[in-house]
Design a protein around this ligand. Structure first.
Ligand SMILES: [Zn+2]
Ligand SMILES: [Zn+2]
Length: 439
């Protein structure tokens, strides 16, 4: 396990949660392309053929007739080699999001398996650099330019080692394999290009003052980066600011975007930002973006809801029991236009007017879409009033994700325009410096 705010002087081993108790999985199938490379402990639980099927027996694991408290799978020969990784079948990718699906994952390193709350917990233990090679390609396709893969790897390494969030400490692993932490899908999409990209940045992190940057990133900022404090609890971070995701000559007169009228103009326009379709066309984007994402429009988008659809949605997401939604009011926005507070006026079952408030960028995205809205940088058109209630709601928005720190599609735009890795890092994390912490 990593220690908070400790700067390592040698490459650490990390623990990644792959199958979590919340996935409610009660059986597991592992496949070993080369069983000689692996040992399963305790030693009696040998691999039969090249497969291992593990089920649950109350609080224990079961392999054939053998009942075990926990199982360790160790890679014996060449533990630092990425060849012939073992395969874990049906792992959840996109946990809790609209692109959720089950995938098979080839994992380097060792495994630890145990039972938590009647379900399987599978942890992958591997050297940080191997993990990072896989993260760079899981987050963006391996076809991306090398300068982008390098930037993405340095950012992922910095975020890991800053280790601020520790969302999974209670279950004894550092990060999970999904967007909750950082997307990691094993070695499946690894290419020589991605390996070189990571190796060429080995041990490099971005720092601000004496601390490793808590380097958050998201898919598309929508053209303006968001600050830390508008997305997460905690004091502002000096290296996450409201900055246009564009070259220095870019000009946009209607500021700040936290004001409703300015945000509307921003969303309705198509400014030539690095993440815009004017720099990275949507056809090009599908060649680069990770394979589990829906293909669509991320820079500017809209969603349409009828009165009934909006009422049903808010009833489900907020437990409201409303008869009708009267008005949705944007209360507060961050500097990228992202909503951080929204109020909803509605009629309850007795036709009394009620109101509720939704707070936080994350909660707003969870509420205003059947699965999860791209971003909270949107305005709401409330159209065709009938009996003092809109018949239609249209959400018009910008960007995908929280928008703080590196914008992945913007960084792709920068890389394609020929900017260097260091220029990208200094653009998305102003004031940071690049430091080599281990060799
Ligand atoms: Zn997580
Ligand atoms: Zn951007």
């Amino acid at each position: 396990m990593l220690l908070p705010e400790k700067i390592p002087s040698v490459e650490p081993q990390i623990k990644v949660g792959i199958v979590l108790p919340e996935d409610q999985q009660t059986e597991l199938e592992l496949e070993f392309p080369d069983p000689k490379l692996y040992a399963v402990r305790p030693g009696k639980s040998n691999i039969k053929g090249n497969k291992l099927r593990i089920t649950i027996n109350q609080k224990d694991l079961q392999i054939g007739r053998l009942r075990l408290h926990k199982i360790a799978v160790k890679r014996l020969a060449s533990p630092n080699n990425l060849d012939n990784p073992l395969l874990v079948k049906n792992v959840i990718a996109g946990r809790g999001f609209h692109w959720k699906k089950a995938v098979n994952m080839s994992l380097p390193g060792d495994l630890q398996i145990r039972v938590v709350d009647g379900c399987i917990l599978l942890i992958n233990i591997l050297p940080l650099e191997q993990y990072l090679m896989c993260v760079a390609t899981s987050e963006m396709s391996a076809a991306c330019p090398e300068s982008l893969i390098r930037a993405q790897t340095i950012v992922a390494r910095s975020w890991m080692l800053a280790n601020i969030e520790q969302k999974h400490r209670a279950l004894d692993f550092d990060v999970c394999n999904d967007d909750c932490c950082q997307r990691y899908h094993g070695t499946g999409q690894l290419t020589p290009h991605a390996v070189t990209g990571a190796q060429s940045t080995r041990g490099q992190v971005i720092m601000f003052g004496e601390k490793i940057c808590d380097a958050r990133y998201s898919k598309s900022c929508g053209g303006m980066m968001e600050t830390y404090e508008n997305v997460w609890d905690g004091p502002p971070l000096p290296y996450m600011q409201n900055i246009f995701d564009a070259g220095t000559s870019f000009h946009w007169p209607h500021l700040p975007l936290s004001e409703e009228e300015n945000l509307r103009k921003w969303v309705n326009a198509s400014p030539a930002c690095f993440c815009s379709s004017r720099v990275v066309s949507e056809e090009t984007l599908t060649d680069y973006i990770g394979t589990v994402d829906e293909q669509g429009s991320y820079f500017r988008w809209n969603f349409h809801f009828s009165q009934t659809e909006m009422t049903d949605l808010l009833n489900e997401k907020l437990d409201l029991e409303a008869r009708a939604i009267l008005e949705i009011i944007p209360d507060k926005r961050g500097g990228s236009g992202r909503l951080t507070q929204v109020s909803v006026n509605y009629l309850d079952q007795e036709n009394n007017q009620q109101s509720c408030t939704i707070v936080s960028e994350y909660e707003i995205r969870r509420v205003f879409h059947p699965s999860f809205l791209y971003s909270s940088a949107f305005y709401i058109e409330q159209l065709d009033p009938e009996e003092e209630r809109p018949a239609k709601f249209i959400l018009r928005g910008a960007g995908w994700g929280h928008g703080a720190g590196l914008c992945q599609i913007g960084a792709l735009g920068m890389a394609r325009k020929g900017y260097s890795t260091l220029t990208m890092l200094k653009h998305y994390y102003p004031g940071c410096r690049l430091v080599h912490i281990y060799s």
